[in-house]
Design a protein around this ligand. Structure first.
Ligand SMILES: *[C@@H]1O[C@H](CO)[C@@H](O)[C@H](O)[C@H]1NC(C)=O
Length: 267
């Protein structure tokens, strides 16, 4: 499923809307341009996380995280939990929308762990962001160099000396692809955390305290929302156009009205 196509994005929204109450939604966005191996080309850095946006693979990855942040908002609205996986040096968390989501909207936990502890084959660390209070149990502690070497069976980077004698490394594309697969032990571990979380009492979930008036209808509440930021970076115009013009979507009148207002705003 291509998340960046209109239909792919709508399909993921649809599947979020079908989550059960307190379901777990697991996200593993393509780390491609966020990771260390391609930092030289992508131009991303801590202070300039959006990188060289004139490259399509960079701008598309930025768009992906804007949309992902919108999806996570919807996941929270459904009263569901989420987890998001990345390799440990990914700069994804510096994307302004995701940062806003973690610092302003939800309480988000962070854990860094060795995939090798969960049956992984390459010696790399992974991180999870998420709002499961039990997730820190994924971290099984330090790994010594020898322990790492004995367990590693897939090498993802190759180190070499360049002409001027400087030490450099390149990523091995094939091997990196293979390590994108999760070991089944990790699945078991996540399942266990999730079950633990469900057995605990529910804690306050959002950083903002919203108490919508119960007397108003959903339409009225929606109408009162400020329309300042229309998330142009998430490229929603084609999505709205699809919903508005598609013969097969049956939308009620006020939704059409809202969509057209949004479309005018987005020009
Ligand atoms: C995570 O978010 C969900 C949905 O808002 C909420 O039910 C849950 O309590 C949150 N978990 C934590 C630990 O904040």
């Amino acid at each position: 499923m291509d998340f960046l196509s209109v239909s792919g994005f709508l399909l993921s929204l649809y599947s979020i809307l079908n989550l059960v109450d307190r379901g777990l939604s697991l996200w593993a966005p393509d780390c491609g341009s966020w990771g260390i191996p391609c930092r030289g080309t992508s131009g991303r850095s801590y202070i300039c996380p959006l990188g060289h946006e004139f490259y399509q693979f960079v701008s598309r990855a930025n768009l992906m995280i804007s949309r992902l942040s919108l999806c996570l908002l919807l996941v929270l609205c459904q009263n569901c939990l989420f987890l998001l996986e990345q390799p440990s040096q990914s700069l994804l968390f510096r994307h302004p929308r995701f940062e806003w989501f973690c610092n302003r909207v939800a309480w988000v936990f962070y854990v860094r762990f060795w995939m090798l502890h969960h049956g992984g084959t390459s010696s790399k660390q992974s991180v999870f962001w998420g709002n499961l209070s039990t997730m820190r149990d994924l971290d099984k502690g330090r790994m010594t160099q020898s322990e790492r070497q004995s367990k590693t069976s897939v090498k993802t980077t190759r180190k070499y000396l360049d002409k001027s004698g400087q030490r450099r490394f390149v990523g091995d594309k094939e091997a990196l692809k293979r390590t994108q697969q999760y070991p089944s032990q990790l699945g078991d571990a996540v399942h266990q955390l999730y079950m633990q979380e469900l057995s605990r009492p529910v804690v306050g979930s959002l950083r903002v305290n919203l108490t919508p008036s119960m007397e108003k209808t959903a339409v009225q509440l929606f109408d009162e929302l400020p329309m300042g930021d229309v998330w142009k970076d998430a490229c929603l115009l084609p999505v709205f156009q699809y919903l508005y013009f598609c013969r097969h979507t049956r939308t009620v009148f006020w939704v059409c009205l809202k969509l057209s207002q949004f479309m005018i705003r987005m020009g």
